[in-house]
Design a protein around this ligand. Structure first.
Ligand SMILES: Cc1cc2nc3c(=O)[nH]c(=O)nc-3n(C[C@H](O)[C@H](O)[C@H](O)COP(=O)(O)O)c2cc1C
Length: 187
């Protein structure tokens, strides 16, 4: 099914909901041209400097971090619920020594504007070019968040990717609709 161009805000609510549920799939590529995919659960879409931007947080320990440092581009792909096993695998295995595309049965879809690929089986796709990054400053985070998220001081680098292309399956709204609750549960 060919993908159709969308506005970057068209599936904001669905994208955020799927990020909170299973997670989204971020792809990157090294200078060697080898793509990688990892699951992300934190991030947001917004408008900064008059540009559409995806903000993602990646820890230096991730293989994806080394890819993002070599090639400052990434894609964010929104999976429907039928990909939850693939998303879980991409969130626990590292691409350093495993081919997650093959293991998770994800098909590489050449991107329109950036070097990392999109993922065919996903529903919504954002192509991003990093225009800024900064390292999280632990001095300005509440202690509760430091204790919760950073027990090993593996502080995220925050990447701001200008969204240079966004597209989706024509039936994206249906594919990303929340699983409807049973009539009994609303009684
Ligand atoms: C639901 C979920 C959300 C995640 N979110 C993030 C994230 O936002 N940033 C991050 O650095 N790691 C996140 N991770 C962990 C990485 O996906 C995981 O460490 C992955 O194996 C890294 O792959 P890589 O080494 O191939 O880059 C998440 C994992 C899961 C399961």
């Amino acid at each position: 099914m060919s993908k159709v161009t969308i506005r970057y805000t068209d599936y904001f609510a669905e994208t955020m909901r799927r990020m909170r549920e299973d997670g989204l799939l971020l792809t990157s590529v090294g200078r060697d041209g080898k793509p990688n995919v990892m699951t992300i659960g934190w991030g947001t879409i917004g408008s900064i400097w008059g540009r559409p931007v995806w903000i993602v947080l990646v820890r230096p320990s991730r293989y994806s971090y080394s890819r993002l440092e070599e090639v400052r581009e990434f894609t964010v792909n929104v999976p429907a619920a039928d990909l939850s096993e693939a998303v879980a695998l991409c969130g626990k295995v590292s691409g350093r020594d495993r081919d997650k595309f093959r293991e998770a049965k994800l098909t590489i879809l050449p991107a329109r504007e950036v070097r990392p690929p999109a993922i065919q089986e996903c529903v919504v796709h954002y192509e991003c070019r990093t225009i800024h990054f900064n390292d999280l400053n632990p001095d300005s985070l509440p202690q509760a968040i430091l204790d919760d998220a950073y027990p090993q001081d593996d502080f995220h680098r925050i990447y701001y990717g200008e969204i240079v292309a966004a597209y989706a399956d024509p039936n994206a709204a249906d594919r990303l609709a929340p699983v409807s609750s049973s009539p009994l549960s609303v009684m």
